[in-house]
Ligand binder design. Structure first.
Ligand SMILES: Cc1cc2nc3c(=O)[nH]c(=O)nc-3n(C[C@H](O)[C@H](O)[C@H](O)COP(=O)(O)OP(=O)(O)OC[C@H]3O[C@@H](n4cnc5c(N)ncnc54)[C@H](O)[C@@H]3O)c2cc1C
Length: 425
């Protein structure tokens, strides 16, 4: 084992989680290696594209403290890098108060700055852009700490900061095996091209490939389901572009219900706004059908053919008819993947089994992890180096444990329904 193949910690997977973990390992003076199977910043996983929402509103009380920590870490990293990845905006949640998830969000926001808006005050506030229903007790919750994160630029920022601090970053290097040859020895990592690396600790952040990788090397089955989904961009009606722009104070937003719809202000493409549904269609990450969910049904036997676009078009026509034109469908779509756990909560834990506390896994970010990337990366680095992590008040790491699925296959028990809609074809 020579010095060039031997590390304190190896991180497998260079999406937002792995790239942040590598950066915080470097801040702890670790000799670290970050391995990625595809090109750096590729569009095949979950961390690519131009926008991710950040918000402090959550039905679960343990996420907002992680979002706040991550926000301050994004700002610190921006200062170190010398450019920005976060565009702050207000955030708006809309829904019927009878929806338990939305009600829980309102309850969790009660001790922080927030405003509740009815139909008319919502229209006045955002230039008439939102036409919220009046019946069924719909209200809107406006909070100050929303914003748009640029995902590809954020990942690149953490990778380049990590490299600047000495992390070795290697792409086109697929890990095919992780082994412990002796209980007290290092972890051996084998790549598809036959290279071998050794480390005291390994962190697996393989996104939608996590279950496959861990199943093949450790025989441990984690309940993480890869789900194909789509981001849709819609045409803003002529002359109204500035009213939906982040620069003019337009918020990131979400609409509770089935499906849960979310959107970001007009930023990345002139005259287009991103509005999509929080849901998707289970997939094999290595054999994806890039069009599923966005094509016209060829027959009545294909009820889900347009499952990821049709419900969004309906929502746009109902909630933003004066500002956004959904009549011809989205102008542009982009595929992405969620890694769903049964309860929608993350997995951040030691793998156990023969690996004990030498291998950590962070996966199952269930379509809402990006905003917490730096907080997760910092926690992973501390867990790898010290065996324990400093977590913000209000965060119980037990909510992210693997063992929660042993006592209940559904994971954490919640009063409210799942927010992500899964279409099983
Ligand atoms: C359409 C969409 C919208 C979203 N919107 C939001 C949002 O608004 N706000 C929010 O907070 N979150 C959002 N998310 C979720 C967020 O983007 C993800 O939770 C996050 O990007 C997951 O990052 P990751 O690092 O776990 O996975 P990934 O980014 O997929 O990274 C995993 C990496 O591991 C690599 N890898 C896999 N196997 C191997 C191997 N064997 N060897 C080496 N490398 C390997 C992969 O190639 C990949 O690069 C959204 C996700 C999607 C898809």
């Amino acid at each position: 084992m020579d010095a060039s193949s031997s590390f304190d910690t190896i991180v497998i997977g260079a999406g937002i989680m792995g790239s942040c973990a590598a950066y915080y390992l470097s801040k702890l003076s670790q000799k670290a290696l970050l391995l990625e199977r595809f090109d750096l910043l590729h569009p095949l996983g979950s961390s690519h594209g131009h926008s991710r929402t950040t918000r402090t509103t959550y039905p679960e009380s343990f996420y907002p403290p992680l979002v706040s920590l991550a926000r301050s870490l994004f700002l610190d990293a921006q200062s170190e890098a010398g450019y920005t990845v976060l565009t702050p905006t207000p955030h708006l949640d809309m829904g019927p108060v009878s929806d338990l998830s939305f009600k829980s969000c309102i309850d969790n926001s009660s001790s922080t700055e927030h405003v509740l808006l009815g139909k008319e005050s919502l229209k006045d506030k955002f230039s008439g852009a939102f036409d919220m229903p009046e019946d069924d007790g719909w209200v809107a919750l406006e909070t100050p700490l929303g914003g748009v994160l640029h995902p590809t630029k954020s990942v690149a920022m953490f990778q380049s900061l990590a490299a600047r601090h000495g992390v070795v970053v290697r792409d086109r290097t697929e890990v095919i095996s992780i082994k412990k040859e002796a209980a007290s020895g290092p972890v051996k990592v084998l790549t598809a091209s036959g290279e071998v690396f050794y480390a005291k600790k390994v962190i697996i952040t393989a996104g939608a490939w996590t279950r496959k990788l861990i199943g093949s090397v450790g025989g441990i089955e984690l309940p993480i389901e890869p789900v194909h989904n789509l981001i849709c961009y819609w045409k803003i009606r002529e002359g109204l572009e500035e009213e939906l722009a982040a620069a003019g104070g337009f918020p990131t937003f979400a609409s509770y219900g089935d499906p849960y719809i979310y959107g970001t202000p007009c930023m990345e493409y002139p005259n287009l706004i991103k509005i999509a549904m929080h849901g998707g269609i289970p997939c094999d990450p290595d054999r994806r059908d890039w069009q599923v969910g966005s094509r016209a049904a060829a027959s009545a036997n294909e009820p889900d053919a347009n499952a990821l676009v049709g419900p969004v078009a309906q929502w746009v026509s109902k909630f933003m008819p004066s500002h956004v034109d959904a009549s011809n469908g989205p102008v542009m779509t982009q595929g992405c993947m969620y890694s769903m756990t049964p309860d929608g909560d993350f997995i951040i834990d030691f793998l156990g089994g023969e690996f004990g506390k030498d291998v950590l896994v962070a996966g199952g970010f269930s379509g809402h992890g990006f905003k917490m990337g730096p907080a997760v990366g910092k926690i992973l680095a501390e867990l790898a180096v010290r065996g324990e992590a400093e977590v913000p008040d209000g965060v119980d790491m037990g909510m992210f444990s693997i063992v929660r699925f042993q006592s209940n296959p559904g994971g954490n028990v919640k009063e409210h329904a799942a927010q992500v809609s899964l279409h099983k074809t």
